[in-house]
Design a protein around this ligand. Structure first.
Ligand SMILES: Nc1ncnc2c1ncn2[C@@H]1O[C@H](COP(=O)(O)OP(=O)(O)O)[C@@H](O)[C@H]1O
Ligand SMILES: [Mg+2]
Length: 339
């Protein structure tokens, strides 16, 4: 996908500044707090209008928590979350409703947005109802929206369990866009679907983005999906962003050893690249409750030096619209062979 031109003077739609979410971890009969899981740990990020930003990382790296901070479905522990220049964390109830009206959210599990006890018409029309839009106007908008997601009117009177997985996810998308939001937050929207259905939904999301000018915050653990859907990719490891870059440059020349390992683990589509250099990590991800000091990747990184064991690397500008959080990125030159 090409990168759309963004005006640099325009306020980004989403800004995160050192956003943190620590969950208390409780143990034993007394449910004593024994520590905190640093699900999101100091994430700074800006998403431009009309951009598709993909966030990729292993399970448990904090992607869902990050997604939930944007509409304040959870309150951050520290840092700031701005939506269209407005502070989401300190917004009054009324302002928060106004902010949320401009975002749609699609989860992995369609049952999070489709009520199993009512025909899907009710679930799709629910956001309209909350805005006081009913009757003929509501019907008109529902029909217009299900056409956008390529569903026929006949599905409206069916219950969610009478729909296929793909149809359910289309209905969830219809609900998410019925108020014509600026932003769609998509949290693993296709991870529960068969590969062929997954491709259809991804194509639908791409055409919707072009048709109604949406901004995407696209969360997935699937590298192929994130490459296909994003203009830029943010890579998360243990609650931190380790690298942010446009898709092409990131896959050709990752700057962070973790990104390099991630891309090495998935076979390149181009057969000429099959024998490119591979980067592997050693061992398993450590605990979020007591992450290693310094760079949290250091126990698994073959390039780690003394500094990596002591100092937390900050996400710094690496030129060409790229950012990386690694003390050694300049020396490493992890370029994968480009055939
Ligand atoms: N409500 C919660 N209470 C306690 N811990 C949580 C909660 N939500 C998430 N976590 C923890 O935060 C970490 C990140 O979780 P999550 O954001 O769901 O990651 P991902 O979506 O990348 O798999 C995990 O270790 C998870 O157990
Ligand atoms: Mg998740």
């Amino acid at each position: 996908m090409s990168i759309r031109p963004h005006s640099t003077t325009e306020t980004p739609l989403i800004v995160l500044e050192d956003a943190c979410k620590y969950f208390p971890v409780r143990r034993g009969l007394t449910r004593r707090v024994v520590g905190h899981a640093r699900a999101v740990d100091g994430v700074s990020l800006a998403v431009a209008r009309g951009e598709a930003l993909g966030v990729v990382g292993e399970s448990g790296s904090g992607k869902t928590t990050l997604a939930r901070l944007v509409p304040r479905l959870i309150q951050s522990t520290r840092g700031r979350v701005l939506y269209d220049g407005q502070d989401v964390e300190t917004a009054s109830g009324r302002d928060l409703i106004r902010i949320r009206r401009r975002m749609g959210i699609v989860f992995q599990d369609p049952s999070s947005s489709l009520n199993p006890r009512t025909p899907v018409r009710g679930s799709i029309a629910r956001p309209l109802e909350l805005q006081g839009i009913r009757g003929k106007e509501a019907t008109r908008r529902v029909l217009e929206t299900i056409e956008l997601v390529n569903l026929g009117a006949e599905v409206l009177d069916r219950y969610p369990h009478q729909l296929s997985g793909g149809q359910q996810q289309r209905a969830s998308i219809a609900r998410a866009i019925i108020l014509r939001p600026q932003l769609l937050i998509l949290d693993e929207p296709t991870s529960a679907l068969d590969v062929s259905v997954q491709a259809q939904i991804l194509n639908l999301l791409q055409s919707l983005q072009a048709q109604i000018g949406l901004t995407y915050l696209f969360i997935t653990h699937n590298l192929s999906v994130v490459r296909y859907m994003s203009d830029r990719i943010g890579v998360m490891y243990l609650g931190r962003l380790v690298e942010v870059a446009p898709v092409g440059p990131m896959q050709d020349r990752p700057l962070h050893p973790y990104t390099a390992a991630l891309f090495s683990a998935s076979p390149p589509l181009n057969p000429r690249l099959r024998n490119r250099q591979r980067y592997r990590l050693v061992g398993d991800p450590p605990s979020l409750i007591s992450p290693p000091p310094g760079c949290s990747l250091h126990p698994r990184c073959v390039f780690a030096v003394e500094q990596c064991r002591e100092e937390v690397p900050l996400l710094v500008d690496a030129g060409d619209g790229r950012q990386v959080a690694c003390h050694r990125w300049m020396q490493l030159a992890l370029a994968v062979q480009t055939g």
